[in-house]
Design a protein. Structure first.
Length: 165
C-alpha cells in the first residue's frame, strides 16, 4: 500500500506540492551554504554579533532542509541529495560574497524574500491538495522567517553601512 493511500492524499494533487518542496529543498541547500560562507568570512564592525547570528541561521536552515526532505519522503517522493542537481534548479545562486559590515545581512534578506515566496506558493499548492501537514510546516517556517525579517530590518535601519540612511 502506498503512503499517500494511507494518508488519504490524491497523488495527482500532491505532485505540485512535491515539485514545490523539491524547489524549496534546492534553494534551502544553497541558502545554507551561502550562510556558511557568511559565517566563515565575516569581517569588520559587528564581527562577533554577525558571526554568531550566521551560525544560528545556518543551523536553522540545516534543520529546515531535513524537515523538507523528510516531508518529501512522507509524500512518496525521494529528496535530491546532489548539490550539482540543486544548483541546476535553485533560484538562489552560490554566493562567493565576502561580507563586510552588515552587507551580509542584506544578502540574507534577499534570500529570505525568495524562500518566503516559495513557501507561500507551497502553502497554496498544499491547501489545494488538502495536505494540512505541509501547510503547517510552511506556516511554521513563515512565522519564524517573518520575525527574522523584521529583526534584521530593524537591526539594519539607519545603520551607517545600510542603504536606509
Amino acid at each position: 500500500m502506498k503512503t499517500l493511500d494511507v494518508l488519504g492524499l490524491d497523488e495527482k494533487k500532491v505532485n505540485g506540492v512535491v515539485s514545490a518542496l523539491n524547489q524549496l529543498l534546492a534553494d534551502f541547500q544553497v541558502y545554507y551554504m551561502n550562510l556558511r560562507g557568511l559565517h566563515w568570512n565575516v569581517k569588520g564592525k559587528g564581527f562577533f554579533t554577525l558571526h554568531a547570528k550566521y551560525e544560528e541561521l545556518y543551523n536553522d536552515a540545516a534543520a529546515k532542509v531535513d524537515v523538507i526532505a523528510e516531508r518529501l519522503l512522507q509524500l512518496g517522493s525521494t529528496p535530491e541529495n546532489r548539490f550539482s542537481a540543486y544548483l541546476r534548479v535553485a533560484t538562489l545562486q552560490e554566493d562567493g560574497f565576502i561580507p563586510t559590515g552588515h552587507a551580509g545581512l542584506e544578502k540574507v534578506l534577499e534570500a529570505l524574500k525568495v524562500l518566503i515566496a516559495e513557501e507561500r506558493k507551497t502553502v497554496e499548492l498544499a491547501g489545494e491538495a488538502n495536505d494540512e501537514v505541509t501547510v503547517a510546516l510552511m506556516d511554521d517556517f513563515l512565522t519564524g522567517q517573518e520575525k527574522l525579517v523584521w529583526m534584521i530590518t530593524s537591526f539594519l535601519t539607519n545603520h551607517p553601512d545600510s542603504d536606509d540612511k
